[in-house]
Ligand binder design. Structure first.
Ligand SMILES: Cc1ncc(COP(=O)(O)O)c(C=O)c1O
Length: 237
C-alpha cells in the first residue's frame, strides 16, 4: 500500500517474477478498505505471468459494488484470460459469518474440481446453504444494509477528518486510520469507554487502528469516545 492507503501497483508488478505461482490479495483490501481502479487492475493483469494463479479475495464485494466507481473486477479478470479464483463470502454484507459459507468463481472447472477433492467432507452444511440462498433472494435487506453502511461511512470519514485524522479511502464496512499516538494507548482508553477497535502492532503501523461501521448509535458513541480520548492525550502531552 502507498502512504495514502492505495494499492501500490508498480510495487506489486515489480514483485512478480517468472517463478511467481500465486498472487493473492483482497479488494477491497482488509484492513485498509481501498480498491484497485479498472486501469490498475488491467495493468496488473497484463503482466501476470501465465503460470501464476490470481486469487482475488472479494470478501467485501457487495459494499464496493454499491459505489458507482467500483470496477467490474470479475469481468476484467475474466476478459484477461488468466487463471483465477475469485472469492466471495456471506460473512460480511449478508451478516452470516457464523454459518461459514462463501463461494468461489474460477477460470476453469478443473480448478473447482481440484478444490473439491481437497476440501473436507460436509464443510458447507445444508442449513448454511439454505440460509445463503434465502439471503441471495432478499435483495431489499441487502440494499438497506449497503445504503446504511455507505451513509455511515461517509459520516464517519467527515467526523474523523474534523478531528484532524485522515482515514484511508474505503469501500468496505470499516475505516483504517492513524492518530499521533500509539494505537495500543488509544485502544486501551477506548476499551475503558466500552468501544472495541483493532489496533495494529506490526512495525511501521503501530499508530493505526481499524474501526467497523456499526449502527448509527454505535458509530456516534465511538466518535464521541475517540474525540475525548484524543483530547485527553493532547492535554497529557
Ligand atoms: C479479506 C477477507 N477475506 C476473507 C475473510 C473471511 O471470510 P469467511 O468468513 O468467509 O472465512 C475476511 C474476514 O475477515 C476478510 O477480511
Amino acid at each position: 500500500m502507498t502512504a495514502e492507503g492505495r494499492f501500490d501497483v508498480p510495487a506489486m508488478i515489480a514483485a512478480l517474477t517468472p517463478k511467481t505461482r500465486l498472487l493473492m490479495f483482497s479488494c477491497p483490501s482488509n484492513p485498509v478498505g481501498s480498491t484497485l481502479d479498472a486501469d490498475e487492475l488491467q495493468q496488473l493483469l497484463a503482466v501476470l505471468p501465465a503460470q501464476c494463479l490470481l486469487v482475488f479475495d472479494e470478501a467485501y464485494y457487495e459494499y464496493a459494488d454499491f459505489e458507482a466507481d467500483y470496477p467490474d473486477c470479475l469481468g476484467l479478470i475474466q476478459a484477461s484470460g488468466k487463471p483465477f479464483i475469485l472469492l466471495r463470502t456471506f460473512s460480511k454484507a449478508y451478516s452470516l459469518a457464523g454459518l461459514r459459507i462463501g463461494y468461489g468463481i474460477v477460470s476453469d472447472p478443473l480448478l473447482a474440481d481440484l478444490i473439491d477433492r481437497l476440501r473436507t467432507p460436509f464443510n458447507i452444511n445444508r442449513v448454511a446453504q439454505a440460509a445463503a440462498i434465502a439471503a441471495l433472494a432478499d435483495e431489499e435487506h441487502l440494499q438497506a444494509t449497503l445504503a446504511h453502511v455507505a451513509h455511515e461511512r461517509r459520516h464517519m470519514v467527515v467526523a474523523l477528518q474534523n478531528m484532524g485524522l485522515s482515514p484511508a479511502p474505503s469501500m468496505a464496512n470499516f475505516l483504517y486510520f492513524s492518530t499521533p499516538y500509539p494505537a495500543e494507548t488509544i485502544n486501551q482508553a477506548l476499551l475503558r469507554k466500552g468501544v472495541i477497535l483493532k489496533p495494529w502492532r506490526e512495525d511501521g503501523y503501530t499508530q493505526y487502528l481499524r474501526v467497523s461501521i456499526g449502527s448509527c448509535e454505535d458509530n456516534d458513541l465511538f466518535l464521541k469516545a475517540l474525540a475525548s480520548v484524543l483530547a485527553a492525550q493532547k492535554d497529557a502531552d
